[in-house]
Design a protein around this ligand. Sequence first.
Ligand code: PHE
Length: 329
Amino acid sequence: MQDELTRLRDEALARIEAVSSLEDIEAARVAYLGRKGALKEATARLAELPAEQRPDAGKLANEVKTAIQNALAARQQIIARARAQAARPAFDITLPGTRRTLGREHPLRRAEAELVEVFARLGFEVAEGPEVELEYYNFEALNIPAEHASRDSFDTFYIEGDVVLRSHTSPVQIRVMEQRQPPIRIVAPGRVYRPDTPDATHSPVFHQIEGLVVGEDVTFADLKACLTLAMRELFGPQTETRFRPSFFPFTEPSAEVDVYAEIGGQRRWLELLGAGMVHPKVFEAVGYDPERYTGFAFGWGLERIAMLRHEFPDLRELWRNDLRFSRQF
Ligand code: PHE
């Protein structure tokens, strides 16, 4: 009798444990505890036991009943809770949404996009070149020979052997001219590197946008017209420009181009870019006939443009990664 009761208990608990619906719970309850259930049947036979065994068996029968009731109740609760959860929608559509904080275009990217757009309207295409560059493209082909003083103004990170981090975007001129024949009209924005200590106006990593135009009768007047137009597009129709004689090994003549602009309520001349007529030596390096082709080139610093456009005094703001900075613009 005792064995039968414990077996009954074990079997019932195992079955209840496996049940997964409220209907099956009810079926299990009826099967064990119901009026015609297994436990009723077993306890009915208690009366047949010898009198001295009855109390123990009766006690066990009660314990088995309690165990089964408890198991049924616990299982029922688990199933009911799972059901309630499944019935609920996956998320509460009445809650306010989580707002995605949209970023802002970085002022440098904006300056780059604006310049590219201005030049695209003037018929320029965008070209690109590698930031890890050969000395040949960064220097020799641009008429900057080794051991020559002109190299000093292009302080450069050397990687190894003849591999450098480009110190300006001018090597893209060479790469483009090697690839195709005139007419050429390209701008090449990108990152450049120089071993400068960071301060308000210097950074070892900065950005330039290079321009190159080559054709059969491109003159200095075209250079002036093109750059003056670009400046007016950028800084407004009243903008004045100034071309000062300068020197670059890869242009002759060369000019430093200034713009007369209002910065922080003050109008003054600002040095903006280098430019000039492509040096015949540069054409020779790429196999163009310098008797037939002429051209002009220019290089702007993008940080400079961003600082002028948005009137902030320290270029380090550009990579301090404080979102409040770019959000103001
Ligand atoms: N590459 C020059 C510099 O980095 C700028 C420049 C480009 C000047 C093209 C003339 C023509 O300073």
